[in-house]
Design a protein around this ligand. Structure first.
Ligand code: KG4
Ligand code: ZN
Length: 337
């Protein structure tokens, strides 16, 4: 097969990322995070786009250097067109367009959510890859989706959140408990030595295969306020049990709809991605389903959180199919799948 070197840029939210791929193999995968948002307890769009602006050149340089590739050797430039924050997407989109123009090579736009899904096809240590069709479950601070994937270029969203993403539910619950941002990893850690059944939280109702998490967050808030009124040190005394109960309920909400999707579609292959798939409770629950005949795929951690390698692999399959986009392409913050 022909060898292609694809450079990919991802700047949809608060991470500036660049990767270089040789076909489906990742040669470099550089991510610059933005600590500035921590003290605000969430991503501040204006600060994010400014940070992208100062990170993008060093991050692209670093990715090329680590890959040992000169930019003249590149076959195509790819970038995340959307969805995401407008000011953030613009930085990556403009940079990718300029680079493709300067090098006179094809430009390839990628949908961020396709990236999360196709991350499973990155060639990594001969790990098995999901076979089509499969259900992709993408869970992060920005997304909660169940997608039916029939082919590299054919995907259908069959379930999505109507309000908050599951990562937001973790983070906002953690904020109520006084944990720092992002709270997801801390809740995971604290939950390990807690009783998941100590505090039963409600499972919000949502139609079909869709999710709702905002009612959950409110229930946690009211519960904590009520208990703290009775006992001021309630949180400190019960932190592990509260975290375990929160995590237990969020996992229950998540899997209820995954199970329903499997029943409805008859597809028993589940591929998970997004930052929340790092959660140990979710991972062990997924593995336990193997005994029920599910095939389960969890990509390496570096390819689950926002990264450019997943944009590169998506672009690779488009490139192989002869696809490229014109210079008139623009960032698309609300693009549909
Ligand atoms: O994919 P990601 O890095 O960024 C986007 O949101 O796109 O995901 C970040 C989210 C945050 O909400 C964070 O709290 C959550 O993933 N997260 C976790 C864990 N690690 C990260 N949530 C629960 N358990 C974890 N171990
Ligand atoms: Zn993402």
């Amino acid at each position: 097969t022909q060898i292609s070197y694809i450079l990919a840029i991802e700047s949809s939210c608060d991470d500036t990322a660049c990767a270089v791929l040789k076909n489906d193999e990742v040669l470099s995968n550089v991510v610059a995070g933005q600590e500035i948002h921590e003290k605000y307890g969430g991503v501040v769009p204006e600060l994010a786009s400014r940070a992208h602006q100062s990170h993008i050149v060093p991050v692209v340089d670093q990715a090329l250097k680590e890959a040992g590739i000169k930019k003249e050797e590149l076959s195509a430039i790819s970038f995340t067109r959307g969805p995401g924050l407008m000011g953030s997407l613009l930085v990556g989109t403009s940079f990718a367009k300029s680079l493709a123009l300067a090098l006179d090579i094809p430009l390839i736009d990628v949908h961020h959510m396709h990236g999360h899904i196709l991350a499973h096809f990155i060639d990594s240590n001969d790990q098995p890859k999901p076979e089509f069709p499969f259900l992709a479950v993408t869970i992060s601070g920005g997304h909660t989706q169940i997608v039916k994937v029939t082919d590299f270029h054919e995907m259908e969203v069959i379930g999505t959140t109507q309000d908050d993403a599951i990562g937001e539910a973790f983070d906002k619950s953690g904020k109520i408990l006084g944990l720092g941002y992002p709270a997801g990893p801390q809740i995971d850690k604290l939950a390990k030595s807690g009783d998941p059944l100590k505090f039963p939280f409600p499972v919000p109702k949502a139609p079909e295969l869709n999710y709702s998490f905002s009612g959950f967050k409110t229930a946690v808030l009211y519960f904590i306020q009520r208990e703290v009124k009775k006992q001021p040190d309630f949180i400190e005394k019960n932190l592990n049990d509260i975290c375990a109960s929160i995590q237990h309920t969020l996992i229950k909400i998540l899997f209820q709809k995954i199970e329903k999707a499997i029943l409805q579609t008859g597809i028993k292959t589940v591929a998970i991605g997004g930052g929340v798939s790092a959660n140990s409770g979710i991972r062990s629950k997924l593995h336990s389903y193997k005994n029920h005949g599910w095939s389960v795929f969890i990509p390496p951690f570096e390819y689950t959180t926002d990264n450019a390698a997943m944009i590169g692999i998506s672009a690779y399959y488009k490139f192989k199919a002869g696809y490229s986009v014109g210079m008139e392409t623009t960032a698309a913050p609300r693009i549909q799948m």
